[in-house]
Design a protein around this ligand. Structure first.
Ligand code: S3P
Length: 185
């Protein structure tokens, strides 16, 4: 059954203009890109895919950036990208899964907007990413145990960064987007 009161307030919130950046963070495969795209539509907002923007700027896929220049170089690109967002109008930003590893990145995000953490179980993540070879950290490590251990290693950083945490397990993209919109004031 449709909750009409909630539905109406979600629509009302969606009509408001995005006042600041909305950063979607979380582990690889937690749904940041799909949820950002839905938020873009519902909020008539701009959307930025961080990984895609970095790939375009470097002229090569992330796997190649990692293999040619190493992970630290990629992390520097993430930091520069986030810093540059200070000069851009409010957008929904789908962040790379490791964007919160550096505390300075989180500090900048916090200054510029709201940080929303999407979570999912290691099993769900595995199901969503198992056929992909575009994530260098998972190539050669594509199994639930590795995903669980990397997720645990990052958990505190994700949780500390988040203004709002949304579990995505057993929810569709529309439900997740509405949940986020209903928390926007
Ligand atoms: C990474 C996540 C990836 C991408 C890169 C590193 C990470 O983004 O930035 O492969 O360290 O978690 P997605 O979370 O969009 O897959």
């Amino acid at each position: 059954m449709v909750n009409r009161k909630n539905d109406a307030s979600t629509k009302q919130a969606a009509k408001r203009k995005l006042p600041c950046h909305l950063f979607l963070i979380g582990f690889m495969g937690c749904g940041k890109s799909s949820v950002s795209e839905r938020l873009r539509k519902k909020l008539s907002a701009r959307k930025i895919e961080m990984d895609q923007a970095i790939e375009e700027a470097e002229g090569m896929p992330i796997t190649e950036i990692f293999s040619l220049h190493g992970e630290e170089y990629f992390r520097d690109l993430e930091t520069c990208f986030i810093r540059d967002l200070k000069n851009s109008p409010p957008a929904v930003i789908s962040c790379g899964g490791g964007a919160v590893i550096r505390p300075e990145n989180v500090a900048m995000m916090r200054e510029m907007g709201k940080i929303i953490l999407l979570t999912a179980s290691p099993e769900s993540i595995y199901e969503r990413v198992k056929k992909s070879s575009s994530r260098p950290l998972l190539n050669g490590n594509m199994n639930v145990d590795y995903i669980r251990s990397l997720m645990e290693a990052r958990r505190a950083r994700y949780e500390k960064a988040a203004d709002l945490t949304i579990s995505t397990d057993r929810k569709n993209i529309g439900q997740i987007a509405n949940e986020i919109i209903s928390h926007l004031t």
